[in-house]
Design a protein around this ligand. Structure first.
Ligand code: F6R
Length: 244
């Protein structure tokens, strides 16, 4: 794992956007695995900015998002589909038919998980997977548990994740209790992984995930086994790691 130290969130966002645009320039028809949440907003803004300047072209790119809340329609401003359009897709030239997310409204969760795994497989897998990381070390919505989940699955969100995500909703009761998430195996099959982590409240997740034992209790720790991971981490998030 290569850890790149960023000064702050802005620096982290520029560095992450540089890595993603390099991927798109090197392979214009690549498959990007994308994430939502506060961590990648600055990265998407930077990519949109470079797109507007003519520096990067998304016309051949295909995307698969990591996760989606179960039960929210795409039109709901809290859905990840809505988030992706608001922060990225609506501002660049990615083709609508090349955008993929789990369908939060699918009536049969098992069938939806199987469909999503097939979509990823039919695209030939993910070239570059962008990840954030939860305070408890979750990646995607793979919460701490007794084993690493394989493919796409329907997850019960951990209380700490519901608590962390309530900031986006009117009240904690509005936070969905379940989500569809790519599994750890799918994430680990990505040819390259870029994880971005910012802020003091993530310092423990960074210390345990990158320097602690590999355990499903800290899902991000599995990334230590991937052959091509770049972690862009800001100084606050690195504050408990004296080795970097
Ligand atoms: C989002 C996702 C989550 C977030 C994580 C961190 O698609 O999969 O794992 O990356 O919850 O969220 P933020 O960036 O809001 O701190």
């Amino acid at each position: 794992m290569k850890i790149i130290r960023a000064k702050d969130y802005q620096d982290l966002s520029r560095k992450a956007a540089n890595i993603i645009s390099a991927q798109v320039i090197m392979k214009p028809d690549c498959v990007l695995g994308l994430a939502t949440g506060s961590s990648p907003i600055g990265t998407y803004q930077q990519l949109v900015d470079w797109y507007n300047k003519g520096d990067v072209d998304f016309s051949g790119v295909k995307s698969v998002n990591l996760d989606e809340y179960r039960g929210l329609p795409k039109s709901d401003p809290q859905s990840y589909d809505y988030f992706m359009h608001e922060h990225f897709f609506d501002h660049v030239n990615i083709k609508p038919e090349n955008i993929n997310l789990p369908n939060g409204e699918a009536p049969d969760p098992d069938a939806e998980c199987a469909r999503y795994d097939k979509v990823i497989e039919s695209l030939g897998g993910v070239d570059l997977q962008l990840l954030g990381c939860g305070r408890n070390g979750h990646i995607g919505f793979n919460e701490p548990g007794d084993c690493f989940a394989k493919g796409t699955h329907c997850v019960d969100l951990a209380e700490s994740t519901i608590e962390a995500n309530k900031r986006f909703f009117d009240s904690i009761d509005d936070v969905p209790r379940q989500a569809f998430s790519m599994g750890i195996q799918t994430i680990m099959r990505a040819r390259k992984i870029l994880i971005i982590i910012s802020g003091k409240d993530k310092a423990e997740a960074v210390a345990k995930g990158f320097f602690g034992p590999i355990t499903p209790q800290v899902p991000a720790s599995i990334l230590q086994l991937h052959p091509d991971v770049v972690a862009v981490v800001d100084e606050e998030a690195l504050s408990l790691c004296d080795k970097v």
